[in-house]
Design a protein around this ligand. Structure first.
Ligand SMILES: *Cc1c(COP(=O)(O)O)cnc(C)c1O
Length: 344
């Protein structure tokens, strides 16, 4: 890895961060007259903790990651944007990503005016490290990897990702939004090994809390410190912090939901695969799967008329005629299967 200073935009490296009232005074007091808050309407009259210390201490235990290696964002989407704003000089630097993958990496590149280079996955949706590294140049700051990948559902080969981490001298992001549904070793447990690694996690999928908008980045203390300097001071609101603590206090419930979804996934894959209108179901490590159909567009329209919405991915590279289908409740999955069996 290059020295961190060589990877960070000079204006960000030199940034004097905004110092908010809650940064200047940390601790317990009886009278707070420092932040121009309204004294009425407790508890939401107060600004939230800008460092989310209570929440991070709980997360640290659940995820097995020290507090100093955690940054929280308004969804992982905020973390993605922060990475561009920290590392990528607009109109000068570039990033390299796999394709197909999660759409936000490109949208954030476009918003930040950063060139986005794609390297197509193999026909089995695996990563070719030689081709990926071959596309990088002196202005490549970040490589985006997603495992399990969206929309393909599969994990990228672990040792191939390790090779990218070893041989690329910039930042490598591994988005593990669906990691809890996979039975593969997770990259967040390899943070100590790779100073250039950023792992993304989210409350939106396995933790069933997409509505509170809470994502996580795990990285070296130095990278996390930069993210804290650049993010809005109060990016995680009081209600979200409180609800996240509630979710973490009932983690057994999440484990039961996950077990149900994994069981349903195991039953859905062969059931869909044997439909005459299905050509292939791709293997998945996530709470969704990709299915190649005889006529994805017609089937999508048909399902929509029945009030069943899946994702038509047929215009995505390597996903000709593919639908992306999320695993729902047993009842929802049966409704989908019934409708597909009646399709003519
Ligand atoms: C759903 C998803 C996320 C989650 O984003 P949030 O902003 O945390 O809701 C992140 N990465 C991938 C690949 C996803 O599919």
């Amino acid at each position: 890895m290059k020295p961190l200073q060589d990877l960070v935009r000079p204006n960000i490296w030199a940034l004097q961060p905004y110092s908010c009232a809650r940064d200047e005074f940390q601790g317990e007091a009886s009278v707070y007259l420092d932040a121009n808050e309204n004294p009425f309407n407790a508890p939401i009259n107060r600004y939230p903790d800008p460092r989310q210390t209570n929440l991070k201490e709980r997360l640290s235990v659940v995820k097995g990651i020290p507090v100093e290696n955690i940054c929280l964002g308004n969804g992982s989407d905020e973390c993605i944007d922060l990475i561009y704003r920290i590392f990528c000089e607009p109109a000068q630097d570039n990033v390299v990503a796999i394709a197909p993958t999660y759409g936000m990496y490109r949208v954030c590149a476009d918003i930040n005016n950063v060139a986005y280079r794609e390297v197509l996955l193999d026909s089995d949706f695996q990563l070719n490290a030689t081709r990926l590294l071959g596309v990088c140049d002196a202005h490549t700051k970040v490589i985006w990897l997603c495992s399990p990948n969206n929309p393909t559902g599969n994990c990228l080969n672990h040792s191939t990702i390790q090779r990218v981490l070893r041989e690329f001298d910039g930042i490598v992001v591994v988005d593990e939004a669906y990691g809890d549904f996979a039975d593969q070793p997770l990259f967040r447990h390899e943070l100590k090994q790779w100073p250039n690694l950023v792992v993304l996690n989210t409350f939106s999928k396995c933790w069933a809390s997409a509505g509170i908008r809470l994502g996580m980045a795990f990285a070296s203390k130095e990278i996390i410190e930069l993210m804290h300097r650049v993010k809005y001071p109060y990016n995680i609101n009081t209600l979200t912090q409180r609800q996240a603590l509630d979710v973490l206090s009932e983690i057994q419930k999440i484990d039961l939901w996950r077990a149900t979804l994994l069981r349903e996934r195991m039953q859905m894959l062969p059931a869909i695969a044997e439909l005459p209108i299905c050509e292939k179901v791709y293997p998945t490590d996530a709470n969704f799967f990709l299915a190649k159909m005889t006529d994805a567009k017609a089937i999508y329209q048909y399902l929509m008329k029945q009030g069943i919405i899946v994702r038509d991915r047929s215009r995505v590279q390597l996903c000709d005629n593919c639908l992306r289908i999320t695993i729902g409740t047993p009842q929802e999955n049966n409704t989908l299967l019934g409708a597909l069996r009646r399709f003519r």
